[in-house]
Design a protein around this ligand. Structure first.
Ligand code: SF4
Length: 273
Protein backbone atom coordinates (compact mmCIF):
# COMPACT_ATOMS: atom_id res chain seq x y z
CA UNK A 1 0.00 0.00 0.00
CA UNK A 2 1.28 3.48 -0.79
CA UNK A 3 1.66 5.52 2.38
CA UNK A 4 -0.64 8.57 2.53
CA UNK A 5 2.49 10.45 3.65
CA UNK A 6 3.68 10.44 0.07
CA UNK A 7 0.82 12.84 -0.76
CA UNK A 8 1.81 15.78 1.38
CA UNK A 9 -1.04 17.99 2.48
CA UNK A 10 -1.09 21.69 1.62
CA UNK A 11 -1.11 23.33 5.07
CA UNK A 12 -2.09 26.64 3.51
CA UNK A 13 -5.54 25.27 2.87
CA UNK A 14 -8.30 26.64 5.07
CA UNK A 15 -8.93 24.65 8.22
CA UNK A 16 -11.92 22.34 7.92
CA UNK A 17 -13.74 21.79 11.19
CA UNK A 18 -12.47 20.49 14.55
CA UNK A 19 -9.37 18.32 14.73
CA UNK A 20 -9.83 14.58 14.53
CA UNK A 21 -6.79 14.25 16.82
CA UNK A 22 -7.19 14.96 20.55
CA UNK A 23 -5.06 14.75 23.67
CA UNK A 24 -2.76 13.24 24.69
CA UNK A 25 -5.05 12.41 27.62
CA UNK A 26 -4.07 10.36 30.67
CA UNK A 27 -5.69 6.94 30.66
CA UNK A 28 -5.72 4.53 33.64
CA UNK A 29 -4.98 1.69 31.24
CA UNK A 30 -2.66 3.21 28.66
CA UNK A 31 -0.64 6.11 30.04
CA UNK A 32 -0.66 9.20 27.80
CA UNK A 33 -2.92 8.41 24.91
CA UNK A 34 -3.30 10.45 21.71
CA UNK A 35 -6.81 9.98 20.35
CA UNK A 36 -7.76 9.57 16.71
CA UNK A 37 -11.42 10.16 15.93
CA UNK A 38 -12.59 8.66 12.62
CA UNK A 39 -16.23 9.72 13.18
CA UNK A 40 -15.88 13.33 14.37
CA UNK A 41 -18.98 15.25 13.28
CA UNK A 42 -21.48 13.43 15.48
CA UNK A 43 -21.56 10.34 17.68
CA UNK A 44 -21.82 7.29 15.40
CA UNK A 45 -21.95 3.72 16.68
CA UNK A 46 -23.50 0.28 16.22
CA UNK A 47 -24.16 0.29 19.98
CA UNK A 48 -25.86 2.84 22.19
CA UNK A 49 -24.45 1.82 25.57
CA UNK A 50 -26.32 3.06 28.62
CA UNK A 51 -23.01 4.30 30.08
CA UNK A 52 -21.50 5.87 26.94
CA UNK A 53 -19.34 8.92 27.68
CA UNK A 54 -20.75 10.47 24.47
CA UNK A 55 -24.33 10.32 25.77
CA UNK A 56 -27.20 9.07 23.58
CA UNK A 57 -25.67 8.00 20.24
CA UNK A 58 -26.92 10.25 17.42
CA UNK A 59 -26.30 7.99 14.41
CA UNK A 60 -26.93 4.30 15.11
CA UNK A 61 -25.51 2.31 12.23
CA UNK A 62 -23.35 -0.65 11.27
CA UNK A 63 -22.49 0.89 7.88
CA UNK A 64 -18.80 1.31 7.15
CA UNK A 65 -17.77 4.36 5.20
CA UNK A 66 -15.20 7.13 5.21
CA UNK A 67 -16.43 9.66 7.73
CA UNK A 68 -13.11 11.53 8.05
CA UNK A 69 -10.76 11.47 5.01
CA UNK A 70 -7.25 10.16 5.65
CA UNK A 71 -5.84 13.46 4.34
CA UNK A 72 -7.53 15.27 7.23
CA UNK A 73 -6.19 12.74 9.74
CA UNK A 74 -2.70 13.29 8.35
CA UNK A 75 -2.93 17.06 8.55
CA UNK A 76 -4.41 17.08 12.06
CA UNK A 77 -1.79 14.56 13.23
CA UNK A 78 1.04 16.77 12.02
CA UNK A 79 -0.44 19.71 13.94
CA UNK A 80 -0.94 17.72 17.17
CA UNK A 81 1.21 17.05 20.26
CA UNK A 82 1.77 13.46 19.15
CA UNK A 83 5.38 13.38 20.45
CA UNK A 84 4.13 13.47 24.07
CA UNK A 85 1.99 10.35 23.65
CA UNK A 86 2.84 6.83 24.85
CA UNK A 87 0.28 5.30 22.54
CA UNK A 88 -2.04 6.38 19.72
CA UNK A 89 -5.60 5.17 20.29
CA UNK A 90 -8.27 5.04 17.61
CA UNK A 91 -11.52 5.55 19.49
CA UNK A 92 -13.25 8.94 19.46
CA UNK A 93 -16.88 9.69 18.74
CA UNK A 94 -18.14 6.16 18.37
CA UNK A 95 -17.14 2.82 16.91
CA UNK A 96 -13.82 3.22 15.02
CA UNK A 97 -14.22 0.14 12.81
CA UNK A 98 -17.09 1.99 11.08
CA UNK A 99 -14.39 4.15 9.46
CA UNK A 100 -13.64 2.42 6.15
CA UNK A 101 -10.16 3.99 6.11
CA UNK A 102 -9.20 2.51 9.51
CA UNK A 103 -6.37 0.32 8.12
CA UNK A 104 -4.95 3.17 6.06
CA UNK A 105 -5.04 5.49 9.09
CA UNK A 106 -3.33 2.92 11.34
CA UNK A 107 -0.54 2.58 8.77
CA UNK A 108 -0.26 6.37 8.56
CA UNK A 109 0.05 6.60 12.36
CA UNK A 110 2.75 3.92 12.40
CA UNK A 111 4.74 5.54 9.58
CA UNK A 112 4.50 9.06 10.96
CA UNK A 113 4.81 8.63 14.74
CA UNK A 114 6.47 5.22 15.24
CA UNK A 115 4.26 4.93 18.37
CA UNK A 116 2.30 1.81 19.31
CA UNK A 117 -1.31 1.93 18.16
CA UNK A 118 -4.46 0.66 19.78
CA UNK A 119 -8.06 0.33 18.65
CA UNK A 120 -10.99 0.25 21.09
CA UNK A 121 -13.81 -1.61 19.39
CA UNK A 122 -17.24 -2.89 20.40
CA UNK A 123 -16.48 -6.05 18.36
CA UNK A 124 -19.73 -5.88 16.39
CA UNK A 125 -18.11 -5.74 12.94
CA UNK A 126 -15.43 -8.39 13.38
CA UNK A 127 -17.18 -10.91 11.15
CA UNK A 128 -16.34 -8.62 8.23
CA UNK A 129 -12.96 -9.75 6.80
CA UNK A 130 -12.12 -6.19 5.69
CA UNK A 131 -12.45 -5.01 9.31
CA UNK A 132 -10.17 -7.80 10.52
CA UNK A 133 -7.65 -6.92 7.79
CA UNK A 134 -7.70 -3.28 8.89
CA UNK A 135 -7.13 -4.26 12.53
CA UNK A 136 -4.02 -6.20 11.53
CA UNK A 137 -2.30 -2.80 11.28
CA UNK A 138 -2.83 -2.17 15.03
CA UNK A 139 -0.47 -3.29 17.80
CA UNK A 140 -3.28 -3.74 20.29
CA UNK A 141 -7.02 -4.29 19.89
CA UNK A 142 -9.40 -4.12 22.85
CA UNK A 143 -12.85 -5.68 22.36
CA UNK A 144 -15.80 -4.62 24.48
CA UNK A 145 -17.87 -7.38 26.02
CA UNK A 146 -20.44 -6.46 28.67
CA UNK A 147 -23.00 -9.27 28.40
CA UNK A 148 -23.32 -13.01 28.09
CA UNK A 149 -26.94 -13.14 26.94
CA UNK A 150 -28.89 -11.28 24.29
CA UNK A 151 -31.28 -10.03 26.98
CA UNK A 152 -28.51 -8.17 28.79
CA UNK A 153 -26.84 -7.15 25.51
CA UNK A 154 -30.08 -5.39 24.55
CA UNK A 155 -30.30 -3.78 27.98
CA UNK A 156 -26.75 -2.47 28.36
CA UNK A 157 -25.38 -2.05 24.82
CA UNK A 158 -28.63 -1.55 22.85
CA UNK A 159 -27.16 -2.66 19.48
CA UNK A 160 -28.53 -1.97 16.01
CA UNK A 161 -30.65 -4.77 14.54
CA UNK A 162 -28.92 -8.03 13.70
CA UNK A 163 -26.18 -7.92 16.32
CA UNK A 164 -26.31 -10.80 18.82
CA UNK A 165 -23.96 -12.29 21.41
CA UNK A 166 -23.40 -15.17 18.99
CA UNK A 167 -22.26 -12.79 16.21
CA UNK A 168 -20.01 -10.85 18.61
CA UNK A 169 -18.32 -13.97 19.99
CA UNK A 170 -17.85 -15.44 16.53
CA UNK A 171 -16.20 -12.17 15.40
CA UNK A 172 -13.79 -12.09 18.36
CA UNK A 173 -12.79 -15.72 17.72
CA UNK A 174 -12.20 -15.00 14.02
CA UNK A 175 -10.06 -12.00 14.89
CA UNK A 176 -8.04 -14.05 17.38
CA UNK A 177 -7.28 -16.71 14.78
CA UNK A 178 -5.86 -14.18 12.30
CA UNK A 179 -4.48 -11.39 14.49
CA UNK A 180 -1.04 -11.68 16.06
CA UNK A 181 -1.03 -8.41 18.04
CA UNK A 182 -2.16 -7.97 21.63
CA UNK A 183 -5.86 -8.72 22.09
CA UNK A 184 -7.75 -7.55 25.19
CA UNK A 185 -11.28 -7.75 26.46
CA UNK A 186 -12.82 -4.69 28.09
CA UNK A 187 -15.74 -5.39 30.39
CA UNK A 188 -17.93 -2.74 31.97
CA UNK A 189 -19.70 -3.86 35.13
CA UNK A 190 -22.69 -2.06 36.62
CA UNK A 191 -25.99 -3.14 38.18
CA UNK A 192 -27.51 -3.27 34.66
CA UNK A 193 -25.50 -6.38 33.73
CA UNK A 194 -25.09 -7.91 37.20
CA UNK A 195 -27.27 -10.92 36.36
CA UNK A 196 -24.80 -11.96 33.62
CA UNK A 197 -21.64 -11.75 35.76
CA UNK A 198 -21.16 -15.50 36.30
CA UNK A 199 -21.81 -16.39 32.65
CA UNK A 200 -19.70 -13.50 31.40
CA UNK A 201 -16.72 -14.51 33.53
CA UNK A 202 -17.06 -18.11 32.34
CA UNK A 203 -17.23 -16.89 28.73
CA UNK A 204 -13.94 -15.05 29.15
CA UNK A 205 -12.30 -18.37 29.94
CA UNK A 206 -13.21 -19.56 26.44
CA UNK A 207 -11.72 -16.57 24.63
CA UNK A 208 -8.01 -16.78 23.93
CA UNK A 209 -7.01 -13.22 24.78
CA UNK A 210 -3.88 -11.62 26.22
CA UNK A 211 -5.46 -9.38 28.85
CA UNK A 212 -8.80 -8.67 30.53
CA UNK A 213 -9.71 -5.15 31.66
CA UNK A 214 -12.42 -4.75 34.30
CA UNK A 215 -14.16 -1.41 34.47
CA UNK A 216 -17.16 0.36 36.00
CA UNK A 217 -18.63 3.64 34.70
CA UNK A 218 -17.00 6.35 36.77
CA UNK A 219 -17.68 9.10 34.23
CA UNK A 220 -21.12 10.72 34.33
CA UNK A 221 -23.45 10.32 31.33
CA UNK A 222 -23.76 13.58 29.35
CA UNK A 223 -27.27 14.68 28.44
CA UNK A 224 -26.16 16.07 25.08
CA UNK A 225 -23.38 15.39 22.62
CA UNK A 226 -20.33 17.63 22.39
CA UNK A 227 -17.26 16.71 20.37
CA UNK A 228 -15.04 17.49 23.39
CA UNK A 229 -16.53 14.64 25.45
CA UNK A 230 -14.72 12.05 23.29
CA UNK A 231 -11.41 12.45 25.14
CA UNK A 232 -12.73 13.83 28.38
CA UNK A 233 -11.63 11.74 31.34
CA UNK A 234 -13.20 14.04 33.92
CA UNK A 235 -16.73 15.29 34.19
CA UNK A 236 -18.60 16.00 30.94
CA UNK A 237 -18.69 19.63 29.90
CA UNK A 238 -22.47 19.46 29.55
CA UNK A 239 -25.26 18.63 32.00
CA UNK A 240 -24.86 15.00 33.01
CA UNK A 241 -26.08 12.32 35.37
CA UNK A 242 -24.11 10.00 37.64
CA UNK A 243 -24.32 6.30 36.78
CA UNK A 244 -24.62 3.34 39.13
CA UNK A 245 -21.31 1.57 39.56
CA UNK A 246 -20.19 -1.59 41.30
CA UNK A 247 -18.40 -1.41 44.64
CA UNK A 248 -14.76 -2.23 45.17
CA UNK A 249 -15.79 -5.44 46.99
CA UNK A 250 -17.94 -6.54 44.07
CA UNK A 251 -15.12 -5.71 41.65
CA UNK A 252 -12.74 -7.85 43.71
CA UNK A 253 -15.24 -10.72 43.65
CA UNK A 254 -15.60 -10.42 39.85
CA UNK A 255 -11.85 -10.36 39.44
CA UNK A 256 -11.66 -13.62 41.40
CA UNK A 257 -14.36 -15.17 39.20
CA UNK A 258 -12.43 -14.16 36.07
CA UNK A 259 -9.21 -15.48 37.53
CA UNK A 260 -10.88 -18.82 38.28
CA UNK A 261 -12.46 -19.02 34.83
CA UNK A 262 -9.16 -18.34 33.10
CA UNK A 263 -7.13 -20.51 35.54
CA UNK A 264 -4.96 -17.50 36.32
CA UNK A 265 -3.32 -17.58 32.89
CA UNK A 266 -4.61 -14.19 31.63
CA UNK A 267 -3.46 -10.91 33.23
CA UNK A 268 -6.36 -8.92 34.65
CA UNK A 269 -6.34 -5.19 35.20
CA UNK A 270 -9.05 -3.48 37.20
CA UNK A 271 -10.07 0.16 37.53
CA UNK A 272 -10.08 -0.42 41.29
CA UNK A 273 -6.40 -1.32 41.44
S1 SF4 B 1 -19.54 1.09 21.97
FE1 SF4 B 1 -18.41 2.78 22.86
S2 SF4 B 1 -18.92 4.56 21.57
FE2 SF4 B 1 -20.43 2.97 21.15
S3 SF4 B 1 -22.14 3.44 22.50
FE3 SF4 B 1 -20.82 1.94 23.56
S4 SF4 B 1 -19.43 3.15 24.80
FE4 SF4 B 1 -20.34 4.55 23.28
Amino acid sequence: MTSPLTNLVDFNQADVGPSCIYGPVKSWRLGWSLGVDLLLNSSICSFNCVYCQLGDIQVKTAERKIYVPTEKVERDLRLSDWEKADVVTVSGNGEPTLGANLGEVLQLVKDYTGKPSMVLTNATLLNDPTVRADLNHADHVACKIDAATDTVLQRINRPVAGITMESILSGIKKLRSSYSGKLSLQCMFMPTNREDVDALCAMMGDLDVDEIQLNTPKRPYPMKWLVENRGNHGDPITESRILSTISEDEATHIEQLVNDATHGRIPIISIYR
